[in-house]
Design a binder for this molecule. Structure first.
Ligand SMILES: [Mg+2]
Ligand SMILES: [Zn+2]
Length: 272
């Protein structure tokens, strides 16, 4: 294992659109969705929309067919594969739902890259209708975070992942996301971690208001190509940092003096 945990948001981070909007729009239910959105939380509305779809004769297979056509940047899968092959622990933290995410990942053949998917439950009930439930049951036990929507605080999920790791091997996190919901987890990262916000998306705007609130090193990206480059550079950098811990200080100095004579400490120069 590389000692690196890479946490991905899903919508507009792994895939290049919002999976909820994609399904609603492709099946022709956009107007109804927009009419109902002011009346209830997004997650509750998605469950209601699945009831509407079912009552209009839309089947689970119809929904799966739409999910299989979802847009994804061509560099995302190679980037995930490279990170996985380098021994990183890849996880998803998403406000979409388990049914959509698993259908897409399985279709793309990349489900096994992820050790964990933290998202809203989604399952097909006995009537053949898709149910979408909140990650946190906000009626029974509100999560209490004012930054996040009632159904999911991604910061609490990061806390749980951090707490589950032993402190002695000091895992380093890389977090990638685009949405306002990715801001709370960015505040939970430590100095040794990395935050990769999508540039000019809501999480980027929130970070820019006061970048010092984020302790992790910030590296932004625009599209799948930049995401791949930056992610692999960071994994490489962390691996080199880790390897250099095993080299004695003398050896480090030798490497330094061979590769860059100018970098030798000035105290070594002899004065007349
Ligand atoms: Mg997103
Ligand atoms: Zn939160």
């Amino acid at each position: 294992m590389s000692g690196i945990v890479v946490v991905f948001d899903f919508d507009k981070t792994i895939i290049d659109c919002d999976s909820d909007n994609w399904v609603i729009d492709e099946l022709g239910f956009t107007d109804l969705f927009n009419d109902l959105l002011p009346t209830m939380p997004w997650n509750s509305l998605m469950d209601k929309m699945m009831l509407e779809l079912h009552s209009k004769g839309i089947t689970i297979e119809d929904i799966e067919n739409v999910l299989q056509r979802i847009p994804i940047h061509p560099r995302i899968i190679p980037a995930l594969q490279a990170a996985y092959d380098l021994g990183c622990d890849l996880r998803i933290v998403s406000d979409a739902n388990l049914f959509f995410i698993e259908a897409i990942l399985k279709h793309l053949g990349i489900r096994e890259y992820f050790s964990e998917i933290n998202t809203n439950p989604g399952y097909v009930n006995e009537e053949g209708r898709l149910r979408i439930l909140p990650y946190h049951d906000f009626n029974k036990a509100p999560h209490g975070c004012s930054l996040c929507p009632p159904n999911m605080c991604k910061g609490l999920i990061i806390d749980r992942i951090q707490d589950s790791m032993s402190t002695k091997d000091e895992k380093r996190f890389i977090y990638l996301g685009d949405g306002a919901g990715d801001y709370c987890p960015s505040l939970r990262l430590k100095e040794r971690d990395f935050m990769m916000p999508r540039k000019n998306f809501p999480v980027w705007d929130l970070i820019c208001k006061d970048p010092l609130l984020v302790k992790a090193e910030i590296h932004c990206w625009n599209d799948g190509e930049e995401q791949e480059q930056i992610l692999l550079q960071l994994i490489n950098k962390i691996s080199m940092d880790k390897n250099s811990q095993f080299i004695s200080p003398d050896c480090k100095l030798q490497i330094l003096s061979i590769s860059n004579p100018e970098a030798l400490p000035k105290v070594l120069s002899v004065r007349p």
